[in-house]
Design a protein around this ligand. Structure first.
Ligand SMILES: [Zn+2]
Length: 433
């Protein structure tokens, strides 16, 4: 079902005309109201009135996560504080938290966009939506919550944690849609099985999973185990929260970006120039309607490519190819760039391995070393040691062959890797310890 039929199927030309109008208004607003942007525009030698076409976007200054930190907490608001009704913030594990503000209109639009997402995932007002994203300063829980209510579904605000209880509630309430990180869905699934609850026997039919990169191999694993359709939702708090984009259930081939509210481009992260259409690079987002805290050319650090070919669902919004990784998460091991998602693909193509893995990076003298720890399933675990060793060698060879990096592979027993209730911790970087 297409929630906002007129907008989501708008012909490209009309969509771009709308984007340009909104971009011009947005630039005028930030220039007039946010000292940081006025200075950045002036330094770049551009005035809002110079924006005559969408191609002029490339002359606008970028916004980095650090800019949000530098103006902690409310320095980037474009409206008086009285008009702000909500703030969210990142966890701030490294440095200051990044704070984002919303007006009532921002909140309403957010709810609307997430409702679009649920509809694209195949949900309707007749569904029961179990929201296991954390509620609080993190945007995941409340973002999904308002969208589910806007859709008109029964919304179950479970939040994160209490996994065993979650499994019971899923069963008792008969939830049909589950929202959480893909890695947590697997934790929930395992815990439920231990309690004698098999997802396949529940009415659960759709998973709306996001907030961390995951691969198609992991999707297949989840879909097979749980008997559901697993849909990738995209978002980030700096531009709104979840709901910036979502895959449609029909194609499951890249998240349709909500282009009437977000102007998206892909740049080369090194030269910062736009890449040729269809090429991979870093996704950069300009908010077109955000009132409280708009961002101009926000560097997401997510590496992807945009696809503009028509989709079988009928939506005209561009699709971003599954996030390949974050430039922040990219490991450089002896000069070779490696994303955790690339390792994940190789692991999950190997029979007997589970999607629970961790990459440990150490420094040995002047050299970085990478160890891949991955859990095996029960069946493989009871196999002979020499067979396990042979498998380790085989995976090691595949990683070397496909990614060009030497890694130590260590198969570990089921449940040996620590589970997370939110985003999985895929990388353990011990180089500075
Ligand atoms: Zn589609």
């Amino acid at each position: 079902m297409i929630f906002d039929m007129d907008i989501e199927t708008l012909p490209r030309e009309e969509l771009e005309a709308l984007q340009l109008k909104r971009l011009q208004t947005q630039c005028e607003r930030v220039y007039a109201n946010v000292a940081f942007y006025r200075r950045a525009f002036d330094e770049a030698g551009i005035k809002p009135a110079d924006i005559k076409s969408l191609a002029d976007l490339r002359y606008l200054p970028f916004t980095e996560k650090q800019d949000l930190r530098n103006h902690y907490p409310f320095g980037l608001f474009a409206v008086p504080k009285d008009n702000v009704v909500r703030v969210h913030a990142s966890s701030g594990t490294t440095g200051r938290a990044t704070v984002v503000g919303y007006t009532q209109r921002d909140i309403n639009i957010w709810g609307r966009l997430v409702a679009r997402c649920f509809a694209a995932a195949g949900a309707t007002r007749r569904d029961i939506i179990h929201v296991a994203y954390g509620y609080g300063l993190f945007t995941g829980g409340l973002g999904a919550h308002y969208g589910a209510e806007e859709l008109g579904a029964i919304t179950v605000p479970v939040s994160g944690g209490g996994t065993r209880r979650q499994a019971m509630l899923l069963k008792d309430f008969g939830a049909t849609v589950l929202c959480c990180t893909p890695s947590y869905s697997l934790v929930l699934y395992e815990t439920a099985l231990e309690a004698g609850i098999d997802f396949k026997e529940l009415p659960l039919r759709v998973g709306v999973f996001g907030a961390e990169p995951w691969t198609d191999e992991m999707r297949r694993d989840i879909e097979t185990k749980m008997g559901i359709k697993a849909i990738d939702i995209y978002g980030l708090s700096e531009v709104m929260g979840p709901g910036v984009g979502i895959e449609c259930a029909e194609a499951q081939a890249g998240a349709h970006l909500m282009e009437d509210h977000f102007l998206c481009e892909v740049i080369d992260p090194v030269t910062k120039e736009p890449v040729a259409p269809g090429e991979a690079g870093e996704l950069v987002i300009t908010t077109l309607t955000k009132e409280a805290q708009p961002v101009i050319r926000y560097r997401t650090r997510d590496i992807t490519r945009l696809v503009y070919t028509p989709c079988k669902c009928g939506r005209t919004f561009a699709r971003m190819q599954r996030v390949h990784g974050r430039s922040d998460d990219m490991l450089i091991i002896r000069g070779v760039n490696v994303f955790p998602s690339q390792i994940e693909s190789i692991l999950l193509e190997t029979e007997g391995l589970t999607p629970h893995y961790q990459l440990v990076v150490r420094r040995d003298g002047n050299l970085d070393t990478l160890t891949v720890q991955v859990e095996v399933d029960e069946k493989l675990f009871s196999d002979e040691i020499k067979n396990l060793q042979r498998l380790e060698g085989k995976i090691q060879k595949n990683i070397k062959e496909f990614l060009g990096v030497t890694a130590q592979v260590k198969l570990v027993e089921p449940r040996a890797i620590q589970r997370s209730e939110g985003k999985a911790k895929r990388i353990l970087d011990l180089r500075n310890e």
